[in-house]
Ligand binder design. Structure first.
Ligand code: APR
Ligand code: PHB
Length: 394
């Protein structure tokens, strides 16, 4: 088979890889995406669904705002319902002037595939055994297996957008890569149901454990319950799920929850993970390939978008002008934002969840932290600006 050539070989066709390919194409830079799974599989995955104002702006700026603005649910923050205390609202509009948007990752991925197809973008799906080569030279290349043949793609740069379980990060020698990891002693059990969502995104903090009401569209709801890390979805028939959900939210909220059969149910363990640096020679990592955050701050997808914004700017500068200023800044710049998101996600997770081994002292600290948040406009402004997303670096 003839070797192909492109400017940027992108490993992974999730939101990070597809968005990068889309933005590069708008900037006149060629790329090929190599995705291990079939397109149907990628589109079936149910993931996060809350976009920061900066992500919303980015998607609009690159021509991907049409369906999001028609079907997404703009909102001005999220509520915290704390057992035994008045409801509290993280008011992003009041403190930052910014709106958030509920719009599912599945829909974004559909929009990205449609945009890549419309532009004639090349995506090799079901690409097996992807390998990265000569990353420290000026002529890197990647290989993969497709329909029994080995394919080689020569390129100028490789973007590792292949998620946590991908190969890109493992191509960085252990002597160079430093990883940081912290797991939570619990997970989230999530369901999708074709019911009218509760109108506000609401984080519920309760002595039985955490619960979250979220939405995808006017007739599609997303709900989560804190559960054991090892919980199995089969242990949670719908009746048990709804009963427990209602037990963890305030009475007047429980009465308004519209229940119905779940159409998806899965368990996610909660943890933080960061790999540094996000660059090795001509390989640049973006999205879940480099970092994972617990979903409590809704930061995962937004971080993938901010990495891609920085990386697309850097690759565009390098390909157009030969200058490497932004490429050389990429890892440090992306990691500053990543650590900020890791910190606020961890903080919110610790505030809102009750660990199985929580001591009475730790519980008092959580309560006091919440009371301080309710009492202090400074604390509210700080949380609101981080929840809405800090500005991107220039
Ligand atoms: N070769 C090619 N593709 C691969 C490989 C591989 N060896 N390993 C994984 N992939 C693909 C996966 O099949 C997946 O489609 O890479 C893609 C990575 O996509 P995601 O895991 O969705 O990661 P990313 O694009 O960084 O998206 C950001 O934000 O909300 C969070 O976790 C959520 O997925 C979301 C993420
Ligand atoms: C979701 O809608 O899936 C969601 C919302 C808020 C979060 C996490 C996930 O913090």
């Amino acid at each position: 088979m003839m070797p192909a050539r492109t400017q940027v070989a992108i490993i992974g066709g999730g939101p990070a890889g597809l968005l990068l390919s889309h933005i590069l194409d708008r900037n006149g830079i060629a790329s090929i995406v190599l995705e291990r799974q079939s397109r149907a599989h990628v589109l079936e995955r149910i993931r996060a669904g809350v976009l920061e104002a900066g992500t919303v702006e980015l998607l609009r700026d690159v021509g991907l705002g049409g369906r999001m603005d028609r079907e997404g649910h703009p909102h001005d923050g999220a509520a915290i319902a704390w057992e035994g205390r008045p409801r509290f609202f993280i008011d992003t509009r009041k403190f930052t002037g910014k709106m958030m948007m509920a719009y599912g990752q599945t829909a974004i991925t559909e929009d990205l595939y449609a945009a890549r197809d419309a532009a004639g973008g090349e995506i090799i799906d079901e690409a097996g055994n992807v390998q990265l080569h000569e990353l420290n030279s000026s002529k890197p290349y990647v290989t993969c297996e497709k329909e029994g043949a080995t394919q080689r793609i020569d390129c100028d740069y490789v973007a590792g957008c292949d998620g946590f379980h991908g190969v890109s990060r493992t191509a960085i020698p252990a002597s160079v890569l430093k990883t940081y990891e912290k797991s939570c002693p619990f997970g989230w059990l999530g369901i999708l149901s074709e019911t009218q969502p509760f109108p506000d995104l609401c984080y519920c903090c309760h002595s039985r454990g955490f619960a979250l009401a979220s939405m995808r569209s006017p007739m599609l709801s997303r709900y989560y319950l804190q559960c054991d890390r090892e919980a199995k979805p089969e242990e949670w028939p719908d009746d048990r799920f709804w009963q427990e959900f209602k037990a963890r939210c305030p009475k007047e909220m429980a009465e308004r929850i519209v229940t119905g059969p779940s159409i998806e149910k899965s368990v996610t363990p909660l943890r933080s993970f960061v790999a540094e640096p996000m660059r090795y020679g001509r390989l640049f990592l973006a999205g879940d390939a480099a970092h994972i955050v617990p979903p409590t701050g809704a930061k995962g997808l937004n971080l993938a978008a901010s990495d891609v914004l920085y990386l697309s700017r850097a690759l565009t500068e390098a390909c157009r002008t030969g200058r490497n200023h932004y490429l050389d800044c990429y890892s440090d710049m992306a990691l500053r934002r990543v650590w900020g998101a890791v910190r606020v996600s961890w903080w919110l997770t610790m505030l809102l969840h009750r660990s199985p081994d929580e001591t009475p002292f730790e519980e008092k600290m959580r309560l006091s932290q919440f009371d301080y948040l309710r009492a202090s406009e400074h604390a509210q402004a700080s949380l609101a600006e981080q929840y809405a997303g800090l500005p991107f670096e220039a």
